[in-house]
Design a protein around this ligand. Structure first.
Ligand SMILES: Nc1nc2c(c(=O)[nH]1)N[C@H]1C(S)=C(S)[C@@H](COP(=O)(O)O)O[C@H]1N2
Ligand SMILES: [Mo]
Length: 327
């Protein structure tokens, strides 16, 4: 296995404008998106020493520890090594903060203090939790999961959090509840809707599952990663992690969880329904209309960006847990 080194990776990420956001460029926002994303993230880095850049990045990853915590033995190791923390912290998708991969600096504007998560809709016990509440109420554990973006890159990430089904047991969805919708933080003064002139897109970012999917053992709310609280760029202070689905199904920075009777509209499925289905299970046999899904660029060794090609597995290798949901 050969690692391909990408020169100048600290200055210019692999693709400043991503496969997912490329859609906007081509069809709608060519000038504004490219112009804005260069202005916002690439230019300042060009004049910046690599070492300084790394120190700044590390400071954003230096979050309060969540240890001691137990690693769930069912998800304690994978055949692939855990991705370097510096890569997971600087190679992101978080369109509220920009259309490229280098959003980690912009994402520091996310206000995470006094965070509340409203859980309601078709439930017997609607509740609004603050973060401390959630962490005390639901025992935290570590799980090492494969992570696969629909753009065909992947990582292995050590999340800290709790199973979604623990929350379901507490709020008790009613018999009418068939779906659950997750809504991400959105404030047009802070996130990039107006900054990138993407105001006509369906903000806030929302995602959704069938409730049987939410009740699955794998479905997870993460409040941490690498043994500490989530950095803002990874969706602080709480995000969804669904390792058998493409990454876009896992909404970041969740403020609302709502149980519904009908299938909710979701962000990518609304923007480009022909490219991003509602179900979005990882499937090497079903190509994306613009690229193959049979292999993936596995991003692992740092600190500079590099990857190796790996085979993609049906349900991202989690068929023993989820295949029965789609029989
Ligand atoms: N609110 C919100 N959540 C989001 C996204 C986003 O743009 N906004 N991007 C999604 C996509 S496409 C991916 S691949 C993952 C990336 O998570 P990471 O940056 O922590 O690796 O977050 C998902 N959750
Ligand atoms: Mo993604």
């Amino acid at each position: 296995m050969t690692f391909i080194h990408i020169p100048k990776s600290w200055q210019i990420p692999e693709r400043e404008v991503t496969s997912q956001s490329a859609y906007f460029n081509r069809r709608r926002f060519l000038k504004t998106l490219v112009g804005a994303s260069i202005g916002a993230s690439v230019m300042p880095m060009l004049g910046c020493q690599q070492a300084q850049f790394r120190e700044k990045l590390k400071a954003t990853l230096n979050q309060p520890s969540l240890e001691p915590l137990k690693t769930n033995p069912a998800f304690a190791s994978l055949k692939r090594p855990i991705t370097d923390e510096l890569l997971a912290g600087r190679y992101n998708n978080f369109y509220e903060f920009g259309g490229g991969k280098s959003i980690w600096q912009n994402a520091q504007d996310l206000p995470t203090e006094d965070w509340k998560v409203e859980v309601g809709g078709l439930v017997n016990n609607p509740r609004t939790y603050d973060l401390d509440d959630l962490k005390k109420r639901f025992p935290l554990e570590e799980r090492i999961y494969r992570f696969r973006c629909v753009e065909a890159w992947s990582m292995v990430l050590p999340w800290v959090g709790f199973p979604m089904k623990a929350l379901m047991e507490e709020v008790e969805p009613t018999s009418e509840a068939k779906y659950v919708r997750f809504t991400s933080f959105y404030d047009p003064q802070i996130t990039s809707g107006p900054r990138f002139h993407l105001g006509s897109l369906p903000w806030p970012y929302t995602e959704a599952l069938r409730i049987e999917e939410m009740a699955n053992e794998l479905a997870f709310f993460a409040v941490g990663i690498y043994g500490h609280e989530l950095p803002k760029q990874n969706g602080a202070p709480i995000r969804a992690v669904l390792p058998w689905k493409y990454g876009f199904k896992g909404a970041k920075s969740i403020v609302k969880v709502e149980f519904t009777n009908n299938q909710p509209a979701t962000y990518w499925n609304t923007v480009v329904p022909s490219e991003y289905g509602f179900e979005a299970n990882v499937n090497p046999n079903q190509p994306h209309p613009r690229w193959s899904q049979a292999t993936e660029r596995f991003i692992s060794k740092g600190p500079d960006l590099s990857w190796e090609m790996r085979e993609t597995f049906l349900y991202n290798g989690y068929g023993e847990y989820v295949a029965n949901l789609y029989a």
